[in-house]
Ligand binder design. Sequence first.
Ligand SMILES: Cc1cc2nc3c(=O)[nH]c(=O)nc-3n(C[C@H](O)[C@H](O)[C@H](O)COP(=O)(O)O)c2cc1C
Length: 174
Amino acid sequence: MNFTELMLSRRSCRKFTDAKVTESQIEALKQVALCAPTSKNCQSWEFIFVTDAALIEALSKSKSQGAAFLASAPLAVVVVGNTARTDVWVEDASIAATFIQLKAEELGLGSCWVQMRERGTDDGRRATDNIAELLGIPSGYEVECVIAVGHKLHERSPYEVDKLPTEHIHENKF
Ligand SMILES: Cc1cc2nc3c(=O)[nH]c(=O)nc-3n(C[C@H](O)[C@H](O)[C@H](O)COP(=O)(O)O)c2cc1C
């Protein structure tokens, strides 16, 4: 698959088979995460690769909406930012999360971004605090998102070049 085909093929996957993500696949995901560019090369990101089913289940409850499906994923990559290193840790973390999603697609795996920053549970707790408590993340770090990764239960149609929302593209001026 060439780069453009990869970009067109990546669709969010929220249903996974029971198959595990292999150690070599996890290693490949770790490598691309650590290649992601950061502001002033500050490397503000941290990644927690979670394969423990009980922890993944608990992660799926760390916010009230949009995370339940995570419970069925064999791998959850928690993308964390060091807020003291840079004011743009959100951007740094987001680029790395995207790299992970694209590498997962290249490996033939499915993935989905689960937003955690600015999200929470109905009792008013922040998702990032729930996750920090669960995974022992020290203060000074914030969770951006969790990337769910696993084997796709269904293939989704890729994006089609001639159906892309070209109205969002502007030339020279908005
Ligand atoms: C910043 C961001 C936050 C997202 N948060 C969630 C989420 O919390 N739960 C979820 O199921 N999907 C989440 N998604 C996935 C989007 O719903 C999905 O990318 C979008 O609908 C486009 O579909 P596609 O990924 O198949 O292209 C998020 C995606 C992004 C980029």
